[in-house]
Design a protein around this ligand. Structure first.
Ligand code: ADP
Ligand code: MG
Length: 133
């Protein structure tokens, strides 16, 4: 799953599916990339791949800071630090999959997986996935 990919939307969906298959359920995942790069879209595909319980509508948590999505594989905590820059995740660590947009500024939390997004053109993104240990 680690590597560098150039994907359209369908390709991104497949990446999310493949990553979902590898997750144990307690990972910290940092999503890095500019506005519109695809971080929220990737999270939506990831949550969909984890079999959400009931109807879920994955949207940007920019204003809420964090949204929680229950799935068959446990909770997904989806945070966006674009505005707040920092947030105390202590209570959530280990109790679900933590997906954090704009985690660049976060000091006290180390990711297990980092996904970087780069805008290539309207429909294509370069996506790098790496594990940190
Ligand atoms: N290959 C692609 N990967 C991700 N998003 C894409 C791609 N092609 C087009 N898009 C569009 O780009 C936008 C990405 O927005 P979003 O996921 O909200 O970005 P971010 O959360 O990084 O700001 C969406 O409207 C999505 O449909
Ligand atoms: Mg977003």
């Amino acid at each position: 799953m680690e590597g560098e990919y150039i994907v359209d939307l369908e390709g991104l969906k497949k990446l999310a599916k493949d990553l979902a298959r590898e997750l144990k359920g307690n990972e910290v995942i940092f999503l890095i990339g500019d506005l519109g790069a695809g971080k929220t879209t990737f999270t939506r595909f990831l949550v969909e791949a984890l079999n959400p319980k009931g109807e879920v509508n994955v949207t940007s948590p920019t204003f809420a800071v964090m949204n929680v999505y229950p799935t068959e594989r446990g909770e997904v905590y989806h945070a966006d630090l674009y505005r707040v820059k920092n947030f105390d995740f202590t209570d959530f660590e280990g109790s679900g999959i933590l997906v954090i947009e704009w985690a660049d500024y976060l000091k006290d939390l180390k990711p297990d997986i980092v996904v970087e997004f780069e805008h290539l053109d309207e429909n294509r993104r370069r996506v790098r996935i790496r594990r940190t240990h």
